[in-house]
Design a protein. Structure first.
Length: 76
């Protein structure tokens, strides 16, 4: 059996996210849930800068901005 702690932690987090997503689908309407889930790249970018001390490049900001604008257009 593969028992790498980091991999097992990743599987555990994946299970938690799956359970939370199923619960969210019961509570929030589908359109709103997918709009919120599309903000994941923004959250990942912010957390990578704050937690991992990664550099914030112009290309990253443009990419996340385009994703955000696309979601605005899609949901209006």
């Amino acid at each position: 059996m593969y028992t790498n702690p980091a991999t097992l932690a990743g599987y555990g987090l994946f299970l938690v996210v799956t359970i939370c997503s199923i619960y969210a689908l019961q509570v929030i309407e589908l359109k709103t849930l997918y709009a919120l889930m599309s903000l994941n790249p923004l959250v990942v970018m912010v957390l990578s800068v704050l937690v991992l001390k990664e550099t914030l490049t112009k290309n990253k900001v443009i990419a996340v901005g385009l994703i955000f604008c696309g979601q605005l257009v899609f949901n209006l």
